[in-house]
Ligand binder design. Structure first.
Ligand code: SF4
Ligand code: SF4
Length: 327
């Protein structure tokens, strides 16, 4: 199927952001290697790497909600997390469809699979069972962090040395990938080629949380039956394999707000993204996702809640010790 105009725009944003994150990753690698004695030139640590620490961010959120305290260890992680939650609350899973680099990679692999003609439809019963996995993972983490752990335990976890260098541990996990880790990665890549959005649809607890919030989002794709000609182009374009053509309003927590369906629909007014009774154009929707997400980050930077309180002296002591700390 031909790419829609909004898909071009969305993919452009996803690619730009992915390149930016690769650059961030490289900067962070140099920062860590400097303290490991592998590089002679100092590189500063980019706070955005904390976006890859969702468990720590969930704990920071718990601390904030329970005590009003803002975690000074990984503030950028919490800010990015809140920005994604806010986007989902207002604009469905716009973060997944427009900004998430893992979502972008998952989608790209699915597109590659479709291009070479190996994409498969997941059998319905298996699809339902597999979709439950990400909600179970979300429930598991939410239970431990919000119900089982007293707030003091959350506070002490956030303050401990392991959490302080959890970003360093994450980097090392990927650069020294074990045989098992590599096998899991290969399985995920292959599965994503054969099945659309495999990671996002079945395994990502972050996306599951955004999907739950998106259920109360005032925005949704809506179909007006009186204009619809039942061509099913919307169904074919949906990366989440939703049956848009047989619904009046897409309530599904799986909708990533990509708006492919709206853009490919040949009949004016048959399919629109609406805020109440107002129709919102795809371009405006995409712009809103970016303004809300990056607006929160800009706000946090302006008010000084972005940089970690960990000093360079602490990093110089902790990073060489990181290999002694288990996962
Ligand atoms: S229903 Fe439309 S907006 Fe939602 S994921 Fe499918 S194609 Fe994208
Ligand atoms: S693409 Fe538009 S006209 Fe075709 S089935 Fe979907 S809503 Fe109806």
């Amino acid at each position: 199927m031909k790419k829609s105009r909004i898909e071009y725009a969305r993919h452009g944003i996803q690619i730009t952001l992915s390149i930016f994150l690769l650059y961030i990753g490289w900067q962070f690698y140099k920062f860590v290697m400097y303290y490991e004695g592998q590089m002679s030139t100092f590189s500063s640590r980019p706070p955005s790497v904390e976006g890859f620490l969702p468990i720590s961010a969930l704990m920071s959120l718990r601390l904030w909600l329970s005590s009003g305290m803002l975690d000074p260890i990984h503030p950028a992680g919490l800010v990015i997390f809140i920005a994604a939650l806010l986007t989902a609350f207002l604009l469905r899973k716009g973060f997944c469809g427009w900004l998430c680099p893992i979502g972008a990679l998952s989608e790209a692999l699915g597109i590659a699979g479709a291009k070479v003609g190996v994409q498969l439809a997941m059998p319905k019963a298996l699809d339902v069972i597999l979709k439950a996995i990400k909600y179970l993972l979300l429930g598991f983490f939410a239970k431990i962090i919000f119900l089982d752990m007293p707030v003091q335990a959350v506070y002490f976890f956030l303050q401990n040395d392991y959490n302080k260098i959890s970003d360093v541990k994450m980097l090392k996990f990927f650069i020294n990938l074990s045989g098992t880790g590599l096998a899991v990665l290969v399985i995920l890549v292959v599965a994503s080629v054969f099945f659309k959005h495999f990671w996002c649809r079945y395994l990502c607890p972050y996306g599951a949380l955004l999907g739950v919030l998106a259920l109360v989002s005032p925005m949704a794709v809506q179909r007006d039956q009186s204009y619809c000609i039942d061509c099913k182009k919307c169904d074919q374009s949906c990366p989440s394999a939703l049956k848009v053509s047989s619904t009046k309003r897409v309530y599904s927590p799986e909708c990533v707000g990509c708006l492919n369906c709206v853009d490919v629909c040949p009949k004016e007014k048959a399919l629109e993204i609406r805020l109440g009774k107002w129709s919102v154009s795809s371009k405006v929707f995409g712009a809103m996702v970016m303004v809300i997400f990056f607006g929160v980050i800009l706000w946090a930077k302006t008010y000084g809640y972005w940089e970690t309180s960990i000093t360079l002296e602490e990093y110089s002591k902790l990073i060489p010790l990181s290999r002694l700390m288990g996962h």
